[in-house]
Design a protein around this ligand. Structure first.
Ligand code: NAP
Length: 343
């Protein structure tokens, strides 16, 4: 394993973070990763040198199960060996009908949720606490004040921000600067080579302020492993794939991960993988690790130890500048527009 400093923090993490979204998660009555499998995956990640683990209060069915599985596993390990990240925003008690202060980033909800998260993880501090989404109903100043208190109380080391617009990230950083509050040091956007949208402005903010970027769904939910095939030239959302994989389990798979751009990028990722005697998953992850303008630590979400082993192989790979650029170029059509987005 290779290690890198997390943006401008003093904390060092493995070049890959291990994501635990599917721990204890039930989809159509099927538990995607049960307790035993979760512990086996954490063992494997740790043995391969991964020291950075990502969870959220709402991962698992019921919510909190992912944090519980990790907490149980940590009982037999030295917590100090790990960089633990969790998140707050969504309603912990279910998606149904949350009370007025049971979600979002108001002081009351944030302070209530950190206690549950620490308890389930069996630790007295988090290395990294993300806001899971932007809260349109709470001033960012209140959220940053509440989060800054957690840092000053020693319950959290660093703050992070998941999915949001570039202007929102900029506003949060500006507010922290002018008010002398803790700022977001790490971001967690949906970002992979085949992502249908461009998030260049957001990534430019991260580069400018030396924030670490930890992309989620770095393999587009498994799409960039190459295990799905296109079945209709006119419809990028039509595909075939293995039974039991996310494509067949999750009915949002097409909307989240498939696009005209994605298939073009996958072709190039496959070509580069052939040249390097590597796999498409390894090339797609390496393309993220080698981002030139910011520290980039993809959050891999393997469901089996074999998948994890394959993904960890990305750490030993190296793309030439030409191979890196070919994957960038595959994101655009002959006119320089995003595939499928020409007006
Ligand atoms: N901040 C947010 O809003 C947010 C949102 C989503 C995720 N996350 C974080 O990001 C992490 C990763 O997200 P993700 O699970 O979507 O990541 P991903 O790497 O894009 O997809 C992971 C899935 O791809 C398949 N896969 C992975 N490696 C493979 C391999 N080598 N060969 C074949 N299939 C492989 C597995 O699913 P199958 O076996 O089912 O095909 C696996 O569950 C999550 O665990 C979570 O920590 C955060």
């Amino acid at each position: 394993m290779e290690y890198t400093r997390l943006g401008s923090t003093g904390t060092t993490v493995s070049q890959l973070c291990f994501g635990t979204w599917r721990f204890g998660r039930e989809t159509d009555g099927v538990v995607e990763t049960d307790r035993e499998e979760a512990h086996e995956l954490l063992d494997a990640a740790w043995e391969r040198g991964i020291n950075f683990v990502d969870t959220a209060n709402v991962y698992g069915t019921p919510h909190g199960t992912s944090e519980e599985y990790i907490g149980e596993w940590l009982e037999d390990h030295d917590r100090e060996d790990f960089v633990l990240a969790s998140k707050v925003y969504f309603p912990f008690d279910g998606w149904g009908d949350p009370g007025p202060n049971d979600s979002g980033l108001g002081r009351k909800h944030v302070r209530a949720q950190i206690e549950g998260t620490l308890d389930r993880l069996g630790t007295d501090y988090l290395d990294l606490y993300y806001i899971h989404r932007w809260d349109e109903n709470t001033p960012i100043r209140e959220t940053l004040r509440a989060l800054t208190e957690l840092v000053r109380e020693g319950k959290v080391h660093y703050l992070g921000a998941s999915t949001m617009a570039a202007w929102q990230l900029t506003k949060a950083l500006w507010t922290a600067d002018v008010d002398g509050l803790e700022r977001f040091e790490v971001t967690q956007p949906l970002f992979h080579a085949g992502y249908r949208d461009d998030i260049t402005d957001y990534l430019d903010v991260c580069a400018d302020r030396d924030l670490a970027v930890c992309p989620y769904s770095p393999l587009a939910g498994g799409f960039l492993t190459g295990k799905y095939e296109r079945v209709d030239e006119d419809d990028p959302t039509a595909f075939e794939g293995p039974e039991g994989a996310r494509g067949s389990l999750d009915d949002r798979f097409e909307d989240y991960y498939l696009s005209e751009r994605g298939w073009h990028v996958l072709d190039e990722v496959r070509a580069v993988a052939d040249e390097l005697d590597a796999t498409p998953a390894q090339v797609a992850l390496r393309w993220l690790i080698e981002q030139p303008n910011f520290t980039c630590v993809p959050i891999v979400g393997a469901r089996t130890v074999d998948q994890l082993d394959e993904n960890v192989g990305a750490v030993d790979l190296s793309l030439s500048d030409e191979q890196f650029d070919r994957i960038v170029d595959a994101r655009y059509d002959e006119a320089g527009e995003r595939w499928g987005h020409r007006t």
